[in-house]
Design a protein around this ligand. Structure first.
Ligand code: ARG
Length: 457
């Protein structure tokens, strides 16, 4: 076997690794996604080795040039990734040998694949977190734009999917803005925790070379080097945190999607999607189905699955490095890809919904949604206890139900059957817009509140 085809450990082995294990155990098809981070970290590592005179500067410079060449080859699709060399780290090292010969052998001084892989992976998670934050920001912006047009739009607020109280459609949308604001913060918090450089922990115990971990940490954009070399190569908390933040965000998106699916259903017809966001049926000519919203809802399952898998892989794993850890990357990559697509679809969805204002208003009036307002009126204006007022209001609801009327269709005389001391001004209590705008408490649904709502991104 030529040197070119040999694994780096071949001298120690009597036979080559089994073919089936080579296929199953190789991660190159997944971790080739780390090539930029790997080359970046290898260059920084080499710079440090030169600076601290651990390797000859001449060899170091060859390594750096060779790495740049490899990066170009990969970018142009001219690099052949080989299963035999397991992963991105060894594929690049092998290629470096091809390009600069034995000088390549200096690169892996004072490091191991164990600290190398966590370094690459952390760099990737940091960058990808920023991509998701960006998508989240535009989603929040689109929600604000939609809500600003709908401050005055009254809709029925539901509890138990039963008409509860009139609310502003803007206020309803801004509830989601709050969730996404927390998701954003959750991703940002993670960036804080991830910000320690693993490079230099080597296999598990550190190294006897006089390396400069502060230098590499700074150059790689981390706040500081990690404290404990064993923890460094064992730790995948940052991947779990990332997948957890993805899962929570996906959960919020699935609630938004489900809400929209319900509001768009033929039974509700409170919002419509532009055709952009709909698909037809292969058999039923009349159908317009909200498939994108359904995918947003469904894919949450994928995000939950990735989180569950990584937690299970990590459970009971003795500390330091084990091959179990190799599967962490596929989970994180899939979690990222899934959430990114879900966010892109959600952005489209928000832009392409239209409230059916007339129907929202009509539905807000049905289901006796102002019954609580009337009870509150009796408490505030007639000094009744809330329980007493509640009783009177429920009797009015029973009456209206029997007469098949909405509350705002009752006459003053009809209302007076239940409480005598009332004049015509009481009728405005049953007006849904008035009800909405009376909810002036901090965080409530009144137009005034919604207009001055703190919408910072
Ligand atoms: N491909 C490996 C992974 O992703 C790199 C680390 C390998 N280390 C080792 N001791 N086998 O985990």
């Amino acid at each position: 076997m030529t040197n070119k085809n040999k694994t780096v450990w071949s001298n120690r082995f009597k036979s080559t690794t089994s073919k089936s294990f080579q296929r199953i155990g190789s991660s190159i098809n997944i971790d080739k996604r780390l090539y930029e981070q790997d080359i970046f970290a290898s260059k920084v590592h080499t710079q440090m080795l030169i600076k601290n005179k651990i390797i000859p500067a001449k060899e170091g410079r060859k390594i750096i040039k060779g790495l740049d060449k490899i990066k170009n080859q990969i970018k142009k699709g001219k690099f052949i990734f080989r299963e035999k060399f397991e992963d991105i780290h060894l594929n690049i090292e092998k290629k470096l040998y091809e390009i600069i010969g034995n000088s390549a052998g200096y690169m892996h001084t004072a490091r191991s694949r164990n600290d190398q892989v966590v370094t690459d992976f952390k760099l990737w998670v940091k960058e990808s977190t920023l991509i998701l934050i960006n998508e989240l920001n535009s989603l929040m912006k689109n929600i604000i734009i939609k809500s600003e047009k709908n401050t005055e739009t009254v809709m029925p607020g539901f509890t138990h999917l039963k008409n509860a109280q009139p609310i502003s459609f803007a206020h309803y949308l801004l509830a989601y803005y709050e969730m996404f604001k927390r998701d954003n913060q959750r991703f940002l918090n993670n960036l804080n925790l991830i910000d320690e450089s693993p490079l230099g922990a080597a296999a598990l115990s550190g190294t006897s070379y006089k390396i400069d971990r502060n230098f590499t940490s700074k150059k790689l954009g981390f706040k500081k080097p990690t404290n404990n070399s064993i923890d460094t190569v064992s730790d995948r908390d940052f991947a779990i945190d990332f997948l957890y933040a993805c899962a929570v965000c996906a959960m919020h998106l699935s609630r938004l999607a489900e809400d929209f699916i319900i509001l768009n259903s033929d039974a509700y017809q409170l919002i419509s999607f532009s055709d952009h966001m709909l698909t037809g049926s292969s058999i039923m000519p009349q159908k317009k189905n909200p498939d994108p919203a359904e995918l947003i809802r469904g894919r949450t399952g994928i995000n939950y699955g990735k989180l569950n898998s990584i937690l299970t892989i990590m459970k009971g794993l003795p500390i330091s490095y084990f091959k179990d850890l190799q599967d962490d990357k596929a989970l994180v990559f899939d979690g990222f890809d899934t959430l990114k697509d879900t966010l892109i679809m959600s952005n489209e969805l928000i832009k392409n919904i239209k409230p059916n204002k007339k129907r929202m208003f009509e539905m807000a009036k049905s289901g006796y949604t102002t019954a609580t307002d009337f009870a509150d009126y009796l408490v505030k204006d007639k000094n009744l206890s809330f329980r007493e007022a509640y009783k009177i209001s429920s009797k009015i609801v029973n009456y209206a139900e029997k007469k098949r009327k909405n509350l705002d269709e009752l006459t003053l005389n009809e209302i007076k059957k239940f409480y005598k001391d009332l004049n015509i001004s009481v009728l405005k209590i049953f007006d849904v817009k008035n009800s909405m705008n009376s909810k002036n408490s901090f965080g409530g649904t009144s137009e005034k509140n919604v207009k001055k709502y703190d919408k910072k991104i």
